[in-house]
Design a protein around this ligand. Structure first.
Ligand SMILES: Cc1ncc(COP(=O)(O)O)c(C=O)c1O
Length: 370
């Protein structure tokens, strides 16, 4: 089966570049993290601000929504896009409500994209989503629906609602391996990695040896995996996936060779990674390409927040979880075998992605009261 992973990765980047407010996010050289991990260098892709929102998620939500609408509306004008042009282009699709389930960031991003296109948004959240995150979604003008149960229950509710007349489901997770929208969400995330590629190239240091990437449903990790394995790079970077210990659905799926649902009910500081079921469109890519999975205790993500802060990256526990996975792997109980398995030494180059701003997580107030 052909997937987005086989397609040309440039279209999402071309689209994002033409949107109002596009700016390449910075790649931070972090020598202190290199010393901490015992490698040659560490670079951090700073996704704490994208299109004015405090996480990378809008890359996926915007590309997936555009790709879905384009099927009936045709492509947007082939030039730089203004807010007015986006609304005019989407006018024939109205009235239309974008529907999504979220732990926080995806729903906020879908609500923002609905605004761009002059559409409505209806966002389903589980009860553990903090007041700060709920308020941020409502402030985008979306209708917020709180669903009894965990994140998976919110996904089910959104799936049902999104199938109704006048609705368009923009899900970042798939319950079927052929779901098109979650694939487009992952394809949208590749923009961040293609920027990294250009940034590394500009400094004459293309090769990467490992990527520490955090996972909720695995859509971002799938994009990282596909990118790491593309033939462009001199060598293929090993992908290390990090998740909260009670919501390690990628770990469970990769270890057993089939998708599993895990509890995902224990509160964690990594709140937006608290997802119990791996996305079925991400799963085959992860199963084929991930080198190592780490199920994290909160203490590692909190330590990683401090380390990111000391490198000038102001992120929260979910945003620092990729680094936390590398720290736990390379400094924890199995450091020796993990280092050997990943083939990492003092000349290796490693990438982490800070996926959200500290302010978005508000982890020091509500989410950390465990
Ligand atoms: C800040 C942040 N980092 C990482 C992720 C993980 O992305 P995915 O659910 O695609 O695995 C999420 C998902 O919502 C997120 O909000």
């Amino acid at each position: 089966m052909n997937t987005w992973a086989d397609a040309d990765p440039d279209p999402p980047l071309d689209f994002h570049r033409r949107l109002p407010g596009y700016a390449i996010t910075r790649l931070v050289e972090a020598p202190r993290l290199a010393t901490l991990l015992g490698v040659g260098s560490v670079v951090v892709k700073d996704e704490t601000s994208r299109f004015g929102l405090p996480s990378f998620k809008i890359l996926g939500a915007s590309w997936a929504t555009y790709a879905a609408l384009r099927e009936t509306l045709g492509p947007v004008p082939d030039s730089d896009l203004t807010p007015q042009m986006l609304k005019e282009w989407a006018l024939p699709a109205r009235p239309l409500t974008l529907v999504a389930a979220t732990d926080g960031n995806h729903g906020r991003a879908v609500a923002r994209v609905a605004n761009w296109f002059g559409l409505e948004a209806r966002i389903f959240v589980p009860p553990f989503v903090s007041e700060t995150r709920r308020r941020a979604i409502i402030d985008e003008g979306a209708e917020l629906v709180v669903v009894d149960g965990n994140y998976d229950a919110a996904v089910d509710a959104a799936l049902e609602d999104g199938g109704m007349q006048g609705r368009l489901l923009i899900s970042d997770t798939a319950r079927s391996a052929s779901d098109a929208v979650p694939q487009m969400v992952s394809a949208g995330y590749t923009t961040a990695f293609l920027e990294v590629e250009a940034q590394l190239c500009a400094d004459d240091r293309e090769d990467l040896d490992a990527i520490g990437i955090q996972a909720g449903v695995g859509g971002l990790a799938a994009a990282a995996t596909v990118w790491a394995r593309r033939p462009h790079s001199g060598r293929r970077a090993n992908v290390v996936v990090a998740e909260p210990e009670d919501a390690a659905s990628v770990f469970a799926a990769v270890a057993s060779g089939q998708p599993q649902t895990v509890a995902a009910t224990t509160p964690t500081a990594m709140a937006v990674l608290q997802c119990g079921t791996v996305s079925l469109t991400a799963f085959p890519l992860l199963a084929a390409g991930v080198s190592c999975c780490v199920a994290l205790e909160d203490k590692w993500s909190l330590a990683a927040v401090a380390e990111m802060g000391s490198c000038g990256v102001d992120t929260g526990p979910s945003g620092a979880a990729g680094l936390a996975g590398l720290m736990a792997g390379l400094r924890g109980a199995f450091a020796g075998p993990v280092r050997e398995h990943l083939d990492l030494g003092t000349r290796s180059r490693v990438l982490c992605v800070a996926t959200e701003a500290a302010a978005a997580s508000a982890f020091s107030s509500d989410e950390l009261i465990l």
